[in-house]
Ligand binder design. Structure first.
Ligand code: BG6
Length: 314
């Protein structure tokens, strides 16, 4: 068997839905469902799951999978006339067998290219022609990299405008022990207060109740420190100025049919996004948005890694 076949495997997932398993030689892995172009698993070389997926997730179209990394396109949340978070997460994607080359060559064998194009039915909902290409790749150290390339293929000369988010659900041991660094002092729109604009205080963000905020013009690196697990997630992003932080807490958790009552304790969404300034593409133009996730042993607890270095280092 060639290394290529070990690195990328097509398999049946929950309810017979097709998924792609990526495996990196040192043992890390990731899973991507064609339904939604949705990453549902990212494991480190010890086989520990790093993403949260609800035990009540339905894996039943047209409902989006609760957890992992849903793709919000072409509309974030209810900021427009479409269904919340747009339709990309509810569509069946295809494997892109001949993707246009990336300018930077990815040495990783463990990658898959997916593509979403509108059907005739889709055009009735959003009257545009586009090609949305998603590459999911595992780096040699187990980093998970997602690159989205969205091209306007309208033949009527019309531009289109969209908002976007990688709606990543991180798995955390106990939300009350988690800190997010990199968003302090930044402005945010509070989704719980009619999207009024506020400025975050100087301290790292901690969690004591429901949070649903869109941080604006954020740095390219954000760190999520899980004290109990002694693990730090580092999110690096490019082309995605905003960052949403969401935890539904107990009341909203109970109101969601596909989410366990207590599961809010074990997840945190930090979503690399382009929301405040929507992206406009003319026919022929392409937009690119990339996020790279790493999980490093926490440093912060053991004192081996200064969190400022996590944020500012390369
Ligand atoms: C977040 C939004 O991105 O997604 C929240 O900021 C929303 O307002 C949450 O509740 C979950 O959305 P959904 O559509 O997956 O239930």
């Amino acid at each position: 068997m060639s290394t290529e076949r070990v690195a990328v495997e097509l398999a049946k997932g929950v309810n017979g839905l097709e998924k792609i398993i990526l495996r990196e030689t040192r043992g890390s892995s990731a899973e991507v469902y064609l339904y939604g172009g949705h990453v549902t698993s990212w494991k480190n070389e010890h086989g520990e799951e790093l993403l949260f997926v609800s035990s009540k997730a339905l894996f039943k179209p047209p409902k989006a999978i609760r957890g992992g990394i849903p793709l919000c396109f072409p509309q974030f949340s209810n900021l427009g006339p479409l269904e919340p978070h747009g339709f990309a997460r509810n569509k069946f994607w295809s494997i892109d067998t001949d993707p246009p080359a990336f300018p930077t060559n990815s040495s990783s064998k463990a990658h898959i290219d997916l593509i979403l194009k509108p059907s005739e039915e889709d055009v009735k909902i959003w009257p545009h022609s586009y090609e949305f290409r998603l590459r999911v790749a595992l780096g040699p150290g187990g980093d998970l990299m997602l690159t989205s390339r969205i091209r306007n293929t309208n033949s009527d000369g019309k531009p289109f405008t969209f908002t976007f988010a990688y709606h990543t659900y991180f798995s955390v041991s106990d939300i009350s022990e988690v800190r997010v660094e990199g968003l302090e002092t930044h402005d945010y729109l509070d989704n719980l207060q009619n999207r009024e604009r506020f400025t975050e205080q100087g301290d790292a963000i901690t969690f004591e109740g429901e949070v649903d905020k869109i941080y604006l013009s954020t740095p390219t690196k954000i760190a999520i420190l899980d004290h109990e697990k002694k693990r730090t997630f580092v999110l690096r992003k490019d082309g995605l100025p905003d960052a949403v932080v969401w935890n539904p807490w107990d009341k909203k958790a109970k109101a969601m049919a596909d989410f366990g009552d207590d599961e809010y304790k074990h997840m945190l969404c930090v979503e690399a996004a382009a929301i405040e300034k929507p992206i406009t593409l003319k026919p022929g133009e392409e937009w690119r948005g990339r996020q790279e996730l790493s999980a490093v042993p926490s440093s912060y607890c053991s004192g081996q890694l200064d969190p400022q270095r996590v944020l500012q280092g390369s």
